[in-house]
Write a protein that binds this ligand. Sequence first.
Ligand code: NAD
Length: 360
Amino acid sequence: MTIQAVPEPATRTEHLLFLDRAAVRTCAAGIDPVAAVEDVLRAHAAGHTALPAEGYLPWANSQGAYCRSIAMLGSVGAADPTVPTAYGMKLINAATSNPAQGRERAGGVSFLFDPETARPAVVAEAAYLSALRTGAYTMSSLRHLGPERFQEVTLIGCGAQARTHAELLARYFPDVRTLHVHDLLPERASAFASWVEGSELPFTVVPHGRAAEAAAASTVVITLTITDTGYLSPDHLRPGTFVAHVSLDDLLPEVFDRAQALYVDDVELVRDNPRRVLGRLLGEGRVLGPGTPKPGTSTIRGTLGDVLTAAVPAERPGTGVVVSNPFGMAVLDVGLLARVYARAAADGHGTRLDLLGADR
Ligand code: NAD
């Protein structure tokens, strides 16, 4: 009988790298977030990602405010097999009462896992990364599906996402000069205008008292609210408008009925969530999934990944309205964090945490 030697527990260390928001920001400044997001979208379209069902835990806090935790696992590889797969998770929580207390509504952490030991290897502040990947997705959709030329953009909702979108618009669309903005709370729109004024962003901010007025002011409309009640109808949108429906419940069903073209990030993710308008319309058969055209019924053209891989043609707004409805994919956070981590490792950013402490 042979007795197999049990390996010595020589390395009883459990380290992970912590990247706070400042470190994430510094590392992200050294990468191209739109290129990173487009790589993941192409990998997703090619089937080189895994996106398990998300965990969702809602509750009400002592003020009766809605709170929720969303845990989203994902892995992303590349079409090129020499590029290693990244495994990770985004945990993003929110309480609707946070902003009134001076706190961002949503916050959390994202992880990368060691592919060999499966241990969490990196933990990073998630809200900035989440806003960055969401904004980067919008920039990519605008690049491929937006009007050929535009100098004015409308942002409806002036919270955290609006700021990241403004930063990315300045970087990727330097022709843009004017931001038309609206927020249900006028003080949020004013705070956004003051923030832009105090920054180096090259924009004139024009606040509008009504969402419809703001939407009609430009041909690029980005919804960044937290509404669950639609308020934008086709009549509010100019012919030739591109809508990035980031907050997912702002467009009334008629906008989807009459859309010139409709794109998503992942058809099943959208379909599986009837709490959001497009998921509901898909469930009712009022909007159809790709590949099943029926005269008179709106059909999803495909995903942005399909556009990037040329599997589906890109259609820019002509006389109609093109809608991008990204549900939000954790694989984008994981893929982006992998790039951020590579920078952090190369430049020595972050704090090493010892999980075991003296208990070894
Ligand atoms: P936030 O709370 O920081 O800001 C939201 C702003 O919208 C607030 O200023 C609020 O006053 C305003 N608002 C709420 N209802 C409004 C309405 N009906 N009209 C006009 N303004 C209104 O939120 P955030 O972190 O900036 O996120 C914005 C949205 O983006 C959220 O709905 C979030 O879930 C969504 N999001 C989507 C994706 C995606 O991939 N689809 C990813 C991340 C976040």
